[in-house]
Design a protein around this ligand. Sequence first.
Ligand SMILES: O=C(O)c1ccccc1N[C@@H]1O[C@H](COP(=O)(O)O)[C@@H](O)[C@H]1O
Length: 214
Amino acid sequence: MSKTVSVKICGLRTAEDVAVTAASGAAYCGFNFFARSPRSVSLDDARGLALEAPPGLAKVALTVDADDAFLDDLVAKVPLDMLQLHGRETPARVVAVKARYGLPVMKAVGVADASDLVTMEPYLTVADQILVDAKPPKNSVLPGGNGLPFDWRLIAGRRWPIPWMLAGGLTAQNVAQAIAMTGANQVDLASAVESAPGVKDPDLIRAFMQAVHA
Ligand SMILES: O=C(O)c1ccccc1N[C@@H]1O[C@H](COP(=O)(O)O)[C@@H](O)[C@H]1O
């Protein structure tokens, strides 16, 4: 029996991105507020995009080590369903963000070797979801969104007590194998559905969704 895998398409910047993501059957869309990313959007633009998102498409805000002043503004302006913390936020910071905003929090953890799975453990009791992503290369300015997978054998057969998403270099070509190897019920991607950094390609989004549901 085939299983249902939920997809998050991250780094949406235009109304067309949102419309295609929703129509393709994705469960989540991501707005990126990391200023150095080619996928970043302003709070005003994100507000407009979020207001256009149809019901059923969960709106996730990706932030990196954001302070309360920024998050206060973000949450006041943009209607959101989840906060994604993609920096060096501690478990205590996850607790504080959840308490201050009352939104579910997904904490991203970069994986390169087995020690990173130990680093993940304290977040499992405080976050609502974990994003199991590839650890960025040392010289990258981006803590995520580098289009690089990690060794999925590291998490093959692993089960965690809270929902989690697999990320890092997922493509239409490799996602079926990634799901089969890791048992992921949710996947998240940015780079592989773009024709250039930050420019989403509707055909690539549709091809990815077909590959997930094939
Ligand atoms: O996408 C970015 O630019 C980004 C910047 C800073 C932190 C995280 C970022 N992206 C996240 O990483 C995953 C995986 O990306 P990719 O598919 O390997 O390109 C992406 O879905 C975002 O959640």
